[in-house]
Design a binder for this molecule. Structure first.
Ligand code: ATP
Ligand code: MG
Length: 420
C-alpha cells in the first residue's frame, strides 16, 4: 500500500481514534481532579521569545543546548516552540500582574511541547504535557498538595501503583557549598566521566548525579549527598514535606541523586516513575522554583509545579485498562426514498438532544444497513420502510438481546432520551 506523498515529521505523530478516546478521558480526569484542588486553566501561546526559555531553563541544559526548535520570524525575532510549560506560565503570570490577586494562585495547562530529541520509545519531538503551577506559597504543604493532586489524578485514570521519588536540592544558600564538594569529589574522576558530564563538571556538576551512562554511575559511587548538605531552613522544609507525604499515605522514597534537568528548581524536586515503561520511565516530574518569578521581573514569589507526560500515561493505560469504545445509541435503517427523507429529519431531531445516532443509506438493502449497524456497535436499530411510515411508527431492536418493539415517530426523541 502506498504511504502517500507526505509523512508526518520524524518524532511527531498523529493521535487518532481509537487512542484519542484514551487521551480525552485522561484530559477529562485531569480537569476534574485539578478543579477540585482549585486550579484554573491557563492557555499561553505555543511560541515565545527565545529568551523566555534560555534564561529560565538555563543555558547549559540539554533542552537549551540541543533540543529547542528555535527560528527567526519574518521580523528577525528569535522565537522558540515551547519545550516546556512552566516558563510560559511564569511569563504570563508576571506580564499580567497575576501576583496582585491573593495567593496562592493555582493554574494548569495542557498542550503540545517541542524538543528536538532523538526519537525513541517514550520520546517524541512533539509531545503533550498537562502541567500545574501553584504560585505564592513557600510552605511544604503546597508541595505536598501538588504530589497529592498528582496521585489522585494518576489513580483516578487507573494507574494507582506508581513510584514517587522526592528530593531536595537546596537553595542559593546551601547549594554553592554542595556544588563545591561535588567538584572536589569528581576532581580525580574526570577521566571516568562521559563527554557530557565532563562539560557539566565545569558548568553544572549536579547534573552528573543523574547521568544515565554506566561509567558515570560507577564514578559517582560515594559522592556527597545533597540531603546531607542542606541548610537548616531547607532541611526543615524537606522534613516537613516528608512528614506530610507520610500522613497523606503517599508512598515515596527519597532519591538524593534526582536533580532534574532544568536549572530553575530550588528545594523540592520529584518524579513519578513506572517500572512498565522501559528506559524512559518518568510519567511526571516537577519541583519548587522559588526564584523564577523574580527572575522574570515579578515580585519575590515562591512557586511549585509539575508536568505529566501524556504519551507515557496513555501507553501505560492502554496496557492496564480495558477501554469501551464509544458507540452510537441508535442506527436508523431506512428503506426507500420517502423513508430516507423521514430518516434525515428524525436523526436531526435526536442529534439536537446531543444523542449519537447514525443514519443508514436508504437506497441500500436492509441487510447491508444492518451490517453497518453491527460494525458501529449501535445499541438500538430503528427500521422504517414506507409501510411503517404510513402507520406513523418505527420498529426498534436492541442488538444486545434482540428485544423488539415499536414506537411512534413523534415519540422517538423521548424514547431515545429515556434510554440514554
Ligand atoms: P526525561 O528524563 O524523561 O527526559 P525530562 O527531565 O526531560 O524527562 P521534564 O522536562 O520534567 O522531563 O518533563 C516532564 C515529563 O514530560 C517527563 O517526565 C516525561 O513524562 C515527559 N516528557 C519529557 N520529554 C518528553 C519527550 N521528548 N517525549 C515524550 N514525553 C516527554
Ligand atoms: Mg529530557
Amino acid at each position: 500500500m502506498s504511504s502517500g506523498r507526505y509523512q508526518a515529521l520524524k518524532g511527531m505523530k498523529d493521535i487518532m481514534p481509537p487512542d484519542i478516546h484514551v487521551w480525552q478521558s485522561v484530559e477529562r480526569k485531569a480537569r476534574e481532579v485539578f478543579s477540585a484542588f482549585g486550579f484554573r486553566e491557563i492557555r499561553p501561546p505555543i511560541v515565545e521569545a527565545t529568551g523566555v526559555f534560555t534564561r529560565s531553563i538555563g543555558e547549559n541544559t540539554d533542552i537549551v543546548e540541543k533540543e529547542m526548535y528555535t527560528f527567526e520570524d519574518k521580523g528577525g525575532r528569535s522565537i522558540t516552540l515551547r519545550p516546556e510549560g512552566t516558563a510560559p506560565v511564569v511569563r504570563c503570570y508576571v506580564e499580567n500582574h497575576l501576583y496582585n490577586m491573593p495567593p496562592p494562585q493555582k493554574f494548569y495547562y495542557a498542550g503540545p511541547m517541542f524538543r528536538y530529541e532523538r526519537p525513541q520509545s517514550g520520546r517524541f519531538r512533539q509531545f503533550y504535557q498537562i502541567g500545574a503551577e501553584c504560585f505564592g506559597s513557600p510552605h511544604p504543604a503546597a508541595d505536598a498538595e501538588m504530589l497529592s493532586m498528582l496521585r489522585h489524578f494518576l489513580s483516578g485514570v487507573g494507574l494507582p501503583n506508581l513510584k514517587f521519588q522526592v528530593n531536595s536540592i537546596g537553595c542559593e544558600n546551601c547549594r554553592p557549598a554542595f556544588k563545591d564538594s561535588l567538584v572536589a569529589f569528581f576532581a580525580e574522576k574526570i577521566d571516568d566521566l562521559c563527554a557530557d558530564c565532563r562539560r557539566r563538571y565545569g558548568q553544572n556538576p549536579l547534573r552528573i548525579l543523574d547521568c544515565k551512562v554506566e561509567g558515570c554511575r560507577e564514578a559517582r559511587k560515594g559522592a556527597p549527598r545533597v540531603t546531607d548538605h542542606l541548610c537548616e531552613d531547607c532541611r526543615v522544609h524537606f522534613e516537613h514535606l516528608l512528614l506530610l507525604l507520610e500522613k497523606l499515605g503517599i508512598p515515596h522514597s527519597v532519591n538524593p541523586e534526582m536533580v532534574r534537568g532544568l536549572d530553575y528548581y530550588t528545594r523540592t524536586t520529584f518524579e513519578v516513575t513506572s517500572e512498565n515503561l522501559g528506559a524512559q520511565n518518568a510519567v511526571a516530574a516537577g519541583g519548587r522554583y522559588d526564584r523564577l518569578v523574580k527572575e522574570f521581573g515579578g515580585p519575590e514569589t515562591p512557586a511549585v509545579g509539575f508536568a505529566i507526560g501524556m504519551e507515557r500515561v496513555v501507553e501505560l493505560l492502554k496496557a492496564a485498562v480495558q477501554y469501551d469504545l464509544p458507540r452510537p445509541l441508535a442506527f436508523l435503517a431506512m428503506l426507500g426514498k420517502q423513508a430516507g427523507i423521514e430518516g434525515v429529519l428524525i436523526a436531526d431531531r435526536v442529534r439536537e438532544k446531543g444523542l449519537w445516532v447514525e443514519l443508514g443509506d436508504a437506497g441500500s438493502s436492509l441487510k447491508s444497513q444492518m451490517r453497518r449497524a453491527d460494525r458501529l456497535n449501535a445499541q438500538y436499530v430503528f427500521i422504517a420502510g414506507d409501510d411503517e411510515l404510513r402507520a406513523g411508527s418505527l420498529k426498534w431492536k436492541r442488538l444486545s438481546d434482540s428485544a423488539e418493539g415499536e414506537v411512534a415517530i413523534q415519540g422517538v426523541v423521548d424514547f431515545l432520551q429515556s434510554l440514554s
